[in-house]
Design a protein around this ligand. Structure first.
Ligand code: BGC
Length: 752
């Protein structure tokens, strides 16, 4: 079936058949039907491990093997299926009361709503939400998605992207949580914890070093163990520590020679060994490449089909190549996840999503995500008496753009800006959708006595004329991003850059609103008065923007990624692209998704990427290279100002960092106060690393003393020879302030 049919397939009847088949669902969904049987493992006082083992004792080999693979994607599976219409599932074992695991992509909301006629809340993109630096907000983000998954009959999230921004042109940067492992891991962990609070299986992905899309199915990422453990893998470690996420999706790429889904170092030594991961590893879709090798290395479940974990794995068991104990371990991990998350005890019950609640969460999160980057002469917030506001470009009359690919949340009512007609190739997957949250409508509502106009931006002369006649001109620019592509450059299109320059020349009070999934370069930054980074702000994005632009809400967001001045400043100035032989040839595959999955699974010739920037990811690179940036990591303005004083650092198990933050302006605000450490030179580390932060709510003129507890591990380095973490004795400098490049306080501490 071609990709263009993704949205057209009617799955309702299949989903209904599925729910009738799955006994635990049936009882909950159709009152009056018999309750599920009581089994020995129904006893919720037993541990998830004991319950899983009780089930395993009753299972046949075929039943066990049936849990270790998907059953095809619903889009190209014919005949009756238990699928709920998500990207994949593993079957139920009705005789034993084990429910199917219904998986749905859900990075910033539940996907594939259009195909199934369901509503889901589109939250701000993950990188946007990471700009809140707010673990509680990340939890609420996850809990909302968990609730809507449950409402829609799903039982596992395929969200939780936590790949490091090594390559900001990565087309999935919007799905990830930025460039710092502590920030990203903390937020992804709280996201997964929120998902699991709804008794939905959480997932972290894509494990590991899947840091760009180009050639992702073939690339071999070369990277040393220390760099991995202290950056990309550390984010997963922190997220797992917080959430106990029951699923980890291994990635498409190779790492140091082996595919991630058959990489014994990644899966067995690190994830299941060092991180004590007790859940199950599922392959990215078409990312399984062997049976015995993958099984030995620690892959528990192949998705979405059974190219290797069906007949082949059975043959391996029969020949003794794969032991029954190894199979039992895979099965145990899947079953224990069903018990540990509470899915067994709280079967999924479909319900109508609480749309109003979704809106409220989406609005609050978008307000926390938006980052004010420039505000010369206090051009913002818009003055109460403003008479004429000209909005220009970016379809700001209709909506805000969103992130595409498997993460795409469908716009309720359809995209107000029609996507280009699908051709059956990759472009139908990448299609950009706008959320019907109109900046023109939202600002008009907030400014009832002003005239708010809209000009498309297609005609430069008309745009300049609109800007000239207005008190303030607001230009909307955007960058479309999706799985399956990388940006060629962080630069916006030449047309959009030209539009900004034209408007800025016509009106000194020009503000630019950027809707992007990645950092954008801004050659015009000195010509404009204000810049607001809105990311992909979601279904309430325009309302949140209007609240920020008018000052109803004081901005608090801070960047979770560095904005460089140009591509030339990146660790890899030119995007690493694969040779044609290592790319999926969509045309040759006839646009048929089953051919494409099979191509992926059977492997394509490797090509090499070497992450020779090693530990120097994001701000660590710019610090080490002493390169000036456009906007640094951790940066974001507010309509008030803050002062820092009184730093003291005490040693214990880790550090206790105490300091005072004062609101020195005239309005209430929330400051994100950041704590970094410079390690002793002998540690061989980048100049500094984030070791903690706190959010401080302050009324105008108020000051508060705050304390940030820093775990000892945050100060350690990974010792490759000893295969463990160690503290390098010596002098450490603790630095405190409002961004990675504004750290007014520092204190020395000697650690042994
Ligand atoms: C993506 C995953 C996604 C899966 C299922 C893959 O192409 O890389 O992130 O969860 O498809 O849709």
């Amino acid at each position: 079936m071609s990709l263009s049919k993704f949205r057209a397939v009617g799955l309702c009847s299949l989903a209904l058949a599925g729910s009738l088949l799955a006994a635990p669902f049936a009882a909950a969904q159709f009152p009056g039907m018999p309750q599920p049987k009581h089994y020995a493992w129904s006893d919720a006082t037993l541990s998830p491990d004991v319950r899983a083992d009780l089930v395993i004792k009753e299972m046949t080999l075929d039943e066990k093997l049936s849990l270790l693979h998907g059953q095809g994607m619903p889009f190209f599976t014919t005949g009756p299926t238990e699928s709920n219409g998500g990207a994949g599932y593993s079957n139920a074992i009705q005789r034993l009361g084990i429910p199917a695991i219904q998986m749905a992509d859900s990075a910033y909301g539940v996907t594939r709503g259009a195909a199934a006629g369901r509503y889901s809340t589109a939250l701000p993109s993950n990188l946007g939400a990471a700009s809140s630096w707010d673990p509680q907000a990340a939890y609420e983000y996850g809990a909302l998605i968990g609730r809507e998954l449950r409402n829609q009959g799903y039982s596992m999230s395929l969200g939780g992207g936590v790949n490091m921004t090594r390559e900001p042109r990565n087309g999935r940067t919007f799905e990830y949580q930025g460039e710092d492992p502590l920030l990203a891991g903390t937020l992804a962990g709280n996201f997964a914890k929120g998902i699991q609070s709804e008794h939905i299986i959480g997932d972290l992905k894509h494990y590991a070093v899947n840091d760009q899309e180009s050639g992702r199915n073939a690339v071999n990422a070369n990277i040393d163990k220390r760099s991995m453990r202290e950056s990309d893998l550390l984010a997963f470690e922190i997220a797992l520590g917080i959430s106990d996420a029951a699923g980890v999706m291994c990635s498409y790429n190779r790492v140091n020679g082996d595919f991630a889904c058959e990489n014994s170092y990644l899966l067995k030594d690190v994830l299941k060994g060092a991180f004590h991961f007790k859940g199950f590893v599922l392959s990215d879709w078409g990312g399984t490449h062997s049976s015995a090798k993958a099984s030995h290395a620690g892959l528990d479940q192949e998705q979405p089909d059974k190219y290797f974990y069906g007949a082949e794995l059975k043959k391996d068991v029969e020949s003794g190549e794969v032991s029954v104990d190894e199979i039992n371990d895979h099965v145990h991990r899947i079953l224990r996840s069903i018990f540990a998350t509470g899915l067994f005890d709280h079967p999924v019950v479909k319900d109508v999503p609480d749309v109003e609640h979704g809106y409220a969460v989406a609005l609050k999160l978008a307000e926390k995500s938006i980052v004010l980057l420039k505000n010369e002469h206090n051009v913002l917030p818009l003055e109460a008496g403003v008479k004429q506001v000209a909005l220009i470009g970016g379809h700001a009359d209709l909506g805000v753009v969103s992130g595409g690919g498997s993460a795409q949340v469908d716009a309720p009512g359809g995209s107000p800006v029609p996507p280009p007609p699908p051709t059956g190739g990759l472009d139908s997957f990448i299609r950009p959708e706008w959320m019907p949250s109109s900046p023109l409508r939202a600002l008009t509502a907030k400014l009832p006595s002003a005239k708010v106009s809209y000009t498309s931006g297609d005609d430069l002369a008309a745009s300049a004329a609109a800007a000239k006649g207005a008190d303030v001109a607001i230009v909307f620019v955007y960058q479309v991003e999706s799985e399956g592509m990388d940006l060629k450059t962080l630069a916006l299109s030449p047309e959009q850059n030209k539009l900004v320059e034209t408007v800025a020349a016509a009106n000194k009070k020009t503000v630019v609103v950027v809707e992007s999934g990645s950092p954008a370069t801004m050659p015009w930054v000195d010509q404009v008065a204000g810049v607001v980074e809105a990311w992909y702000p979601g279904i309430k994005g325009a309302e949140a923007l209007a609240n920020i632009l008018t000052g109803a809400v004081n901005p608090t967001g801070k960047l979770a990624v560095t904005f460089p001045k140009s591509d030339a400043d990146l660790p890899h100035p030119t995007l690493i692209t694969p040779p044609a032989t290592s790319e999926i040839n969509w045309a040759a595959a006839g646009g048929d998704i089953s051919n494409i999955m099979s191509l992926m699974a059977h492997g394509m010739p490797a090509f090499q990427t070497t992450y020779d920037e090693k530990l120097e990811v994001g701000y660590k690179w710019y610090d080490a290279e002493k390169k000036a940036v456009l906007f640094p990591f951790g940066f974001g303005l507010s309509y008030t100002s803050y002062a820092y004083s009184g730093l003291s650092v005490s040693k214990g198990d880790g550090l206790t960092v105490t300091f005072t933050v004062k609101n020195t302006g005239k309005r209430a605000g929330t400051e994100i106060a950041e704590v970094y450490a410079a390690l002793p030179a002998s540690a061989g580390e980048p100049p500094k690393r984030l070791i903690g932060w706190t959010r401080v709510d302050l009324a105008a003129g108020e000051q508060k003393q705050v304390t940030v507890a820093v775990e000892s591990k945050r100060l350690q380095v990974f010792d490759e020879a000893a295969d463990g973490w160690k503290l390098v004795p010596g002098d450490y400098t603790v630095l405190v302030g409002g961004s990675s490049q504004a750290l007014p306080l520092n204190a020395k501490v000697t650690l042994q």
